[in-house]
Design a protein around this ligand. Structure first.
Ligand SMILES: Cc1ncc(COP(=O)(O)O)c(C=O)c1O
Length: 415
């Protein structure tokens, strides 16, 4: 039987004591939820897949929403409060004082913002470079919009490979095509936090090959102790780039849609061409929630990050004990762990070619679901290099995390 115990941790912004947000809800309470994470699988499955967190709302966010609902303040949004809150948060948290409110646009969510920004600087048939394995919707959203994905795989160390990036840029330009580069900063699913040196080199390459960069910074507030988030637009050479950001991942607001597209100084004219209807997507309550999170939610965020850091440590210990065969490099940010589970890969009995074995790309995820009753995200949907891996969401209680890894450890290779 899983229970959650309440642990206290210290938020560092105002020094207010905030309980660890990951230890507040019991499994029984979580099972009452109606969101995707808790509804797709049967009740005996522990869901550690989609990027939702097992937390209550930060009090600052809940209070702002309650105030709006009590007042019937549910009309259309207006104004720049969200951009102002982001600008202040960025200055305080990342010492980035150049998030200019005049160079922002509200967009419904980060993925729609990415699509709309790509529409401003590319045309159907143009290339969009991504670092595989990467957040699966990058593929679907970009190709649905008529752009073509070109993969520049991450290096063995799970960091952006400047060689593979340059090779992709060069190849596309030699074909006479235009390119944009969609960067996940930090990187989902590996949790890699790009350094200033890496991002500076990226900006140099983008300048050299005339590639417009769109930096998805949805995980930016979730950088864990030991790493430092670098906003792409703070990097020299990024002046004609864009960033798309929101409070959605860090404060668990995916159901309250509102995000921000930000242009570098030389991209402001492009951003100004964004069609007006895009700004009709974010909801007023979404903007209220995200604004409150950024403005008044730093103590809660600090407590969350402490909780995630503890879970990261616990996960390392649990993996060493129960899944020592899994390949694992600790994430520097996000609440996602990327596990190489190729030791579990089975060989399909029914090879369509009849010529031998076919690896079942979703094999480990299927085995963990069917045999351990733990739901994870299958690595193969993240593109080349993802097959045989699973992505595990550790934004949950230590009790749930422990039970999940213990169960996973009891799954053994077939051969
Ligand atoms: C890198 C990345 N971008 C975008 C999203 C989705 O953001 P939104 O729901 O705002 O479209 C996610 C969700 O997990 C993500 O990890």
């Amino acid at each position: 039987m899983l229970t959650s115990e309440s642990m206290l941790s210290r938020g560092t912004h105002t020094g207010r004591r905030i309980p660890n947000p990951l230890e507040e809800l019991t499994l029984t309470e979580l099972r009452q939820r109606t969101s995707m994470k808790w509804r797709v699988h049967p009740e005996d499955v522990l869901p550690l897949w989609v990027a939702e967190m097992d937390v209550r709302l930060a009090p600052a966010v809940a209070e702002a929403l309650h105030r709006a609902i009590d007042a019937g303040d549910t009309g259309y949004p207006v104004g720049t409060a969200y951009a102002e809150a982001f600008s202040a948060f960025a200055a305080d948290r990342w010492s980035w004082s150049n998030l200019e409110v005049s160079r922002t646009a509200i967009v419904p969510d980060v993925m729609m913002g990415v699509v709309e920004v790509l529409r401003l600087v590319t045309s159907p048939g143009d290339a969009v470079v991504v670092n595989s394995p990467v957040y699966a919707p990058f593929y679907a959203f970009v190709t649905h919009d008529g752009r073509q994905i070109v993969e520049a795989p991450l290096g063995q160390d799970l960091r952006v490979s400047l060689d593979s990036l340059e090779e992709s840029f060069l190849r596309i330009r030699q074909q006479g095509r235009k390119a944009a580069y969609l960067l996940s900063n930090p990187h989902n699913p590996t949790g890699t936090v790009h350094t200033m040196a890496e991002l500076t080199a990226v900006a140099e390459l983008a300048g050299k090959y005339d590639v417009r960069v769109v930096s998805d910074e949805i995980h930016a507030p979730l950088v864990l102790p030991g790493a430092q988030f670098i906003p792409y637009l703070s990097v020299p050479g990024s002046e004609n780039a864009f960033a798309v950001m929101s409070a959605s991942k860090a404060w668990n607001l995916a159901g309250l849609k509102a995000a921000l597209a930000v242009a570098g100084p030389d991209a402001a004219a492009d951003l100004a061409r964004m069609p007006e209807e895009v700004s009709h997507g974010p909801s007023h309550l979404g903007l209220i929630a995200h604004t409150a999170a950024l403005r008044d939610g730093q103590d809660w965020l600090n407590a969350l990050i402490q909780g995630l850091d503890s879970n990261r440590t616990l996960l390392r210990q649990l993996l060493a004990k129960h899944l020592p065969e899994a390949g694992y490099k600790e994430p520097e940010g996000t609440y996602l762990a990327w596990l190489d589970c190729r030791y579990l890969e089975s060989e399909s009995q029914d090879s369509p070619s009849g010529l031998g074995v076919v690896t079942d790309v979703a094999g480990p995820t299927k085995m963990f679901l069917e045999e351990a009753r733990v739901a994870l995200s299958s690595g193969h949907v993240f593109g080349s290099g993802g097959a045989g891996h699973v992505r595990l969401n550790f934004a949950t209680s230590q009790a749930i995390l422990t039970e999940a890894i213990e169960r996973m450890g009891r799954v053994h290779p077939l051969r």
